[in-house]
Design a protein around this ligand. Sequence first.
Ligand code: ADE
Ligand code: ZN
Length: 349
Amino acid sequence: MNTMTDFPREKLPELLRTMPKAELHVHIEGTLEPELIFALAQRNGVRLPYSSVEALRAAYAFTDLQSFLDIYYAGAGVLLHEQDFFDMAMAYFRRAAAERVVHAELFFDPQTHTARGVPMGTVIGGLARACAAARAELGISSALILCFLRHLSEADAFATLEQALPYRQHFIGIGLDSGERGNPPEKFARVFARCRELGLRIVAHAGEEGPAQYIRDALDLLGAERIDHGVRCVEDASLVARLAREQVPLTVCPLSNVKLRVFDSMAGHNLADLLDAGLRVTINSDDPAYFGGYLNQNFLETFHALPRLEARQAVQLAENSFAASFVPDDWKARWRDDLARTVARLARA
Ligand code: ADE
Ligand code: ZN
């Protein structure tokens, strides 16, 4: 039998849950669950403007990206000590490992912490220690990507880069996140040029709320190797053709897009169209503690809402996540073999 075309649809959820996959777009501060926010607030003597976990969760009714970011930056205010960053990342890694995530590239937002007086070494130290522990205890590989906040100035990004350079061995790349509208890639062209000189890998959020032109500019002015989100590329047919031709990965985050009203509903999401257009799409969780689910929930809800997506696309998405990851080719080949074995085993069962 042809494993892909004959794969029974009723086994699709199990395939999505059990196939090996890489997560390439997750903000570690976006994995802070309300329970952990309260626990850390108590541990650190931080006062929260919410009376309970339930009251905090009730505030997660977002109308757009900015309404989310306001609450997300406030939530990160409970992180003070190296152990806090370690605990947050380990909580994510435990969930990810249980979902068959074999590799995760974590975004972190140092400016959110250094602006509150938390030293850069505290942030990176705790996250790097968690990455090492995740490898040793959970068998999950990972890497850190430092993001500049685009609502702040390029001078602030340059200063942040300087502060991070003593810890250069602990991060592999640089990203660009926060409020997209009115903060075009061009604002950061010089600091990204410096990052490229330093041999850092480059990614950037673009085409989430911002226009297709920001995707072009992230590629041409920043040297982005992956585009985070990128769903608004469809507004420019020649850009879609270029993304397909160059196989630029798009790290798409379906639950995030619905929660932040980039799309009205999951059924209206364009992920299947992007795959049909031959784009190197991946599925990711963005800020799972805020958007209603981790990576497998994103896969399950997307496939449930878009019946055009079948086993073939599930495998394609997992393969894309390996292809788009910043790891040696032999790691990718091993994960692809693992994926093929998982599919064959399920098809036979
Ligand atoms: N920071 C955390 N999540 C983000 C998102 N979805 N877009 C931009 N910045 C973010
Ligand atoms: Zn993001």
